[in-house]
Design a protein. Structure first.
Length: 129
């Protein structure tokens, strides 16, 4: 489910582009998945359809989507993009997290300790499965 945070310093265009890339890389949107139409997504998110069109065109240029005339946009998985994109997304998420934490006055040591605790408690990290 795509969501836009109007209070974020990150532009709507970038939020949407990142969320779609994340959905593709994580498998939420598998190969061949038909993306919502531009009008449908614009109405759902209450944003300008031109913004959606711009995001879709950019993702097509970047190799994540494929447009089919009259049918819409579909997920296109290029294996060489997956690893690189995962690393880029992690870096972007880390930058935002660190920036917010520093604004709140946390030290690097406090961040590392908190992340370590959270990672240990994350059920996806349970190696006994």
């Amino acid at each position: 489910m795509l969501k836009i945070n109007t209070g974020s310093a990150v532009p709507v265009y970038e939020q949407l582009k990142r969320q779609i890339r994340l959905g593709i890389v994580s498998g939420e949107y598998p190969e061949g998945h038909r993306m919502p139409s531009i009008r449908q997504l614009a109405a759902q998110l209450t944003i300008n359809p031109n913004t959606i069109a711009k995001v879709y065109r950019q993702l097509e240029t970047d190799g994540f989507l494929n447009s089919r005339s009259g049918s819409g946009f579909f997920v296109k998985l290029e294996k060489e993009h997956l690893s690189k994109t995962r690393k880029v997304l992690l870096s972007e998420i880390a930058d935002e997290f660190i920036s917010s934490a520093v604004q709140l006055g946390f030290t690097p040591e406090e961040l590392i300790k908190t992340l370590s605790i959270k990672l240990e408690r994350n059920p996806k990290n349970d190696k006994t499965k």
